[in-house]
Design a protein around this ligand. Structure first.
Ligand code: ARG
Length: 572
């Protein structure tokens, strides 16, 4: 049990003993939620505001605080103080250390996890790449935020469904086929892969400027795909295969996987009944030859469902996909990890679902995020100013490799560790800020072993592992936790004890960066501790306590890194 839970349950017990007659006293979980962390440590480690009890007890908050303080005798706290309507708890440092470290070790590598999600399903729509386009750095955030959220929800016991909602439908594929038929060759595309497809697409647009009839040809090819024409479909599926093969390399490097690749084309034969349903419910109105759902009441432009030429659009497929996911997975939540540019699109889609009478529409959440730039440069596919993710990752691994060569030339399995560090550096850079903020990726920042970076946190983990290997050479007695009452150890313990709450907050706010922050703070606090204290010196029982602290730091860092999709090498 963590210290907050322990204090809450003791406090709850104290209330019920003090006022056995009172009804509507809060329960353990409520009290736990009401406990605050004071802004200044002079005010204690936890504070309980008595204001919300005043009504039930018909007493002033300061009186309540005094009565509870007078009856308080738990050894977990060194003392309690009343300040106004607050009850401030000062933890007994040695027992705080014991409770915290025992909780970490009892969790067996799952400290901070739980089963509150049992029986609940979360669908996550992330990465969702586009066919015939290379995987570029712009798709890194959706991939890693989604992957991390999935691990966080898994860790809390939810059933998760990872969905790669492929962008595999639209007139651009007709244009692709048209360009391929005119200027492409099988060998060239087989060899060049997605880059060759991209080049064909660019050429199509250049030539179409002078020859507008190409656009008609492109549309005709798309129509053939829609009608299931064999040649068109074969080419289209081949393009898809090439794209997924390319993407698989990136996913492998990142350790990312999906349960479903049902993309836009998957919904082609499922839209008709949904459109009929919209009609039956009186939601479709005609506007300039198109069919739309009016959202003026909600101060939004209408949601386009069927275009003037009778074809469906992105939104039609998303409405259909949401219904399909609810019917198939019965989700309690469906998260869409997509850049903020699509904010309006999702607000429209969710509102349409609500208007259709689906109560679960409120469980659809757009988890949006900011833009990524590279070494201070904005990226734009159109201007040809892109950074391909596999190049970036490859380069990260090579750079990590040369740093290892310099710092620890004798390290065993250098290639494996270089991969872990290189990828870790990129992922950390992506998940280190509040997701809605724009980020700039810079090599010098990402790979700095001393800054707030992936390699820094990984290095701290490896340092713990190395110390624990050394400690294992000596038989240590039972730990004496009074060896951990100094400020540095206590600061570290406090951070560790808050980790389980951080995991839950990260899940509730869809914010992996909170975990990145937590592991970074723990790594920094441990390094501070490490420089001020000799861990493998002094009394053996004291050593045992310091070793237990080190083991807890290793466990929590490893778990935290895993939750954000970063590996934790044991040697660096
Ligand atoms: N393929 C789209 C893009 O790259 C993202 C799709 C997001 N998911 C969705 N259900 N709309 O912009």
């Amino acid at each position: 049990m963590d210290m907050r839970t322990r204090i809450a349950s003791l406090l709850c017990g104290a209330m019920h003993t003090q006022w056995p007659e009172a009804d509507s006293l809060p329960g353990d979980a409520d009290v736990r939620g009401m406990l605050e962390v004071p802004p200044d440590e002079k005010m204690g480690d936890y504070a309980f505001p008595c204001f919300r009890l005043a009504k039930a007890l018909r007493m002033g908050p300061p009186v309540i605080a005094q009565k509870l303080a007078a009856a308080w005798g738990a050894e977990e706290t060194a003392r309690v103080e009343c300040v106004g309507g607050y009850l401030n708890f000062f933890l007994n440092r040695a027992s705080f250390a014991r409770e915290t470290l025992q909780a970490v070790s009892a969790a067996g590598g799952r400290y901070g996890g739980g089963d509150e999600g049992k029986g609940k399903t979360v669908c996550l729509d992330y990465s969702s790449i586009n066919i015939a386009k290379r995987f570029h750095i712009g798709h890194l955030s959706t991939t890693m935020i989604g992957h991390s959220l999935r691990r966080i929800y898994d860790f809390l016991g939810y059933t998760t469904v990872g969905i790669n909602h492929l962008g595999d439908w639209g007139t651009q594929f007709g244009k692709m086929i048209c360009a391929y038929k005119k200027w492409g060759s099988r060998d060239e595309v087989e060899e060049g892969g997605v880059s060759a497809l991209e080049a064909l697409y660019v050429r199509f647009h250049k030539e179409a400027e002078n020859d507008p009839s190409l656009e008609d040809e492109g549309r005709a090819w798309f129509k053939r795909i829609e009608e299931g024409d064999q040649e068109a479909l074969e080419l289209f599926n081949w393009f898809k295969e090439l794209t997924l093969k390319d993407a698989a390399r990136v996913y492998d490097l990142l350790g990312v996987s999906f349960d479903s690749y049902a993309g836009e084309s998957f919904y082609i034969d499922k839209m008709e009944p949904v459109i009929q349903e919209l009609r039956d419910k009186g939601l479709l109105v005609q506007s300039e030859g198109a069919w739309v759902v009016d959202l003026s009441e909600d101060n939004m432009p209408p949601c386009l469902v069927i275009k003037k030429d009778g074809t469906t659009i992105y939104a039609t497929r998303d409405i259909t996909a949401a219904i399909y996911r609810q019917n198939t997975y019965h989700f309690d939540k469906c998260l869409y990890v997509v850049a903020y540019q699509q904010d309006l699109h999702f607000r429209q889609v969710f509102r349409v679902l609500e208007k259709m009478g689906y109560p679960w529409a409120k469980d659809c959440v757009h988890v949006s995020f900011g833009m990524i730039s590279f070494e201070g440069q904005a990226l734009s596919t159109r201007k040809g100013n892109t950074v391909h993710l596999d190049d970036l990752l490859q380069e990260a691994v090579e750079k990590a490799r040369s740093i290892i060569e310099e710092k620890s030339p004798n390290l065993p399995n250098k290639d494996e560790v270089a991969r872990q560090i290189g990828i870790g550096a990129v992922v950390y850079a992506d998940l280190s800020n509040n997701r809605i903020k724009d980020i700039d990726f810079s090599w010098s920042r990402a790979l700095n072993f001393d800054g707030e970076t992936g390699p820094y946190v990984q290095y701290t983990h490896a340092r713990c592992c190395s110390l624990l290997r050394k400690a294992a050479e000596t038989q240590l007695p039972e730990a004496d936790y009074s060896a951990l009452t100094d400020d540095e150890a206590q600061a570290l313990l406090l951070l560790i004890s808050r980790f389980p709450d951080t995991v839950r907050e990260a899940a509730a706010k869809y914010e992996p960066s909170m975990i990145t922050r937590a592991v970074t703070d723990i790594a920094q606090a441990y390094n501070k501790y490490y420089y001020e204290h000799r861990i493998l010196e002094g009394e053996l029982a004291a050593q045992a306590a310091k070793v237990a602290l080190t083991a807890a730091v290793r466990d929590v860092i490893r778990t935290g890194l895993w939750l954000i999709g970063i590996e934790a090498p044991e040697r660096m």
